[in-house]
Design a protein around this ligand. Structure first.
Ligand SMILES: [Zn+2]
Length: 461
């Protein structure tokens, strides 16, 4: 695996942190400087976890965490695409504002160095920072290594330049060589956490449900398979659930470590998925588009002195995670954010419905050419929901846009776009307020740093 470890923090930072910690070398962080454990579950749709209604026992450890913390029932991601969605979790910003819009293009795929993230803020404030990830799409190629003293990408190389152009002109990476299974990632995270004295921030990313290339050990992989093969669809859904179960076991190991070492009650735990997955829903296997199975994600939080067994039914956004963690630590964001803290909702205070935005710029992603050929109607999608109504706007083919009443039609099978022009107009005007529209491919001219990096990788003459 490739692990990059930077030197110790600056002396100034250590001196600043020392009085609050009661001296260096303490075994536990001070109550006002808790540890932060952020776990991102790649490609995990909410309804496949037990605590979100899956009758299979896929997620006993996550279910226990939900019972011991807060479960957000309607958390919405900003995209069903790994780097775009992760960037929103880390920054509290929507894609048009953090700048990560696609997996690959001439620009528009890398988090600019100027955008603060949870890692850059906590590193500056004296937290020990470590990232333990499982696949290329969250690697340093996307700028996600900033702020981490230890950045263990699990790839066996530096996570740069693994995209290759195939015969159809699509730029993609070899999944087999550029991912690792969740037990290996958990091993690395646990080894680092055991060595930690200071308050730490650990980001742990699990990838297993993304694809069937690395599967769990046979007893887990076959856990939900019917004795008689019923169909490929049934088998694929069973394997998907099994991969979630394997990831859940690794989460149990991480939480057990916190409990065993006595720091569970001084650790903020956040578990969220970057996006969901199509399992045949809406005639789609895979992700990237914007139906609920794609963008409704599990979100669990456990705070040291926080609510226990609370369920928040309102719409929340993955952009709300960064401001919520900052607020819990008494820290102010450096600039304006699209998300806002969730403490009011966790305390049961009612508020105006939050509007959740998501996008899919498939037409402009050099990684998505095959999908574009298969689903041309999904070339560019911008979506907004207030929890009741959901508009999926197609700027390149507006009359093919879709509107759903999620309260009556949770599975989005009855498009009422033509019947509700007033609702469409209202939601569309709110999308326009966000100024998210892209009128052409991501060019080389608007991101000097990206061009420099592409040149270094040999992609640009
Ligand atoms: Zn993902």
């Amino acid at each position: 695996m490739h692990v990059r470890v930077r030197g110790l923090r600056s002396v100034a930072t250590l001196l600043l942190a020392a009085p609050l910690l009661g001296g260096l070398g303490c075994s536990q962080s001070a109550p006002d400087r808790p540890n932060v454990l952020l776990i991102t579950l790649d490609t995990t749709r909410a309804d496949r976890l037990g605590c979100y209604g899956n009758p299979r026992d896929t997620s006993p450890n996550l279910d226990a965490l939900a019972a011991d913390g807060v479960r957000f029932d309607r958390a919405i991601a900003t995209a069903a695409l790994t780097p775009v969605a992760h960037a929103s979790i880390f920054t509290g910003l929507l894609p048009p504002n953090h700048g990560v819009r696609v997996i690959y293009a001439a620009s528009g795929y890398r988090l600019p160095d100027t955008v603060p993230t949870l890692a850059t803020v906590l590193e500056k404030e004296g937290w020990r920072t470590g990232a333990f990830l499982s696949a290329f799409p969250v690697s340093e190629f996307y700028g996600f290594d900033r702020g981490f003293e230890t950045f263990d990408n699990g790839l066996g190389h530096a996570g740069e330049g693994v995209l290759e152009e195939n015969e159809t002109g699509a730029w993609s990476f070899d999944g087999t060589d550029n991912q690792r299974r969740s037990d290996e990632t958990a091993d690395a995270a646990l080894a680092w956490m055991k060595k930690s004295d200071d308050p730490f921030y650990a980001w742990v990313h699990f990838w297993d449900p993304h694809d069937p290339l690395l599967v769990p050990p046979p007893d887990v992989a076959n856990r939900y398979q019917p004795e008689v093969a019923l169909s490929r669809t049934v088998g694929m859904r069973a394997l998907y659930d099994a991969e979630i179960h394997w990831v859940d076991r690794q989460i149990g190991r991480l939480v057990d470590e916190l409990r065993t070492t006595g720091v569970l009650d001084n650790t903020i735990i956040v578990v969220v998925s970057d996006h969901g997955e199509g399992l045949g829903d809406h005639d789609h296997w895979y992700h990237r588009i914007l139906y609920q199975e794609q963008i409704r994600v599990p979100l669990l939080m456990r705070f040291p002195q926080g609510a226990r067994g609370k369920v928040v039914p309102e719409v929340v956004r993955t952009t709300d995670i960064f401001p919520t963690v900052l607020a819990a630590l008494g820290l102010e964001p450096e600039g304006a954010l699209d998300g806002s803290p969730l403490h009011g909702l966790m305390a049961g205070v009612s508020e105006e419905p939050r509007l959740a935005y998501a996008e899919a710029l498939i037409k402009y992603d050099l990684n998505a050419k095959d999908l574009l050929a298969k689903r041309p109607q999904d070339d560019v999608l911008h979506c907004l929901t207030d929890g009741k109504w959901k508009l999926i706007h197609r700027p390149l083919r507006p009359s093919e846009s879709e509107l759903y009443n999620l309260e009556r039609d949770a599975r989005e099978t009855n498009n009422v776009f033509a019947a509700q022009p007033g609702i469409v107009e209202e939601l569309l005007s709110r999308i326009e307020d966000l100024d998210p529209f892209v009128d052409g491919p991501f060019g080389e001219g608007d991101d000097a740093e990206a061009i420099e990096r592409l040149r270094a990788l040999g992609y640009v003459d």
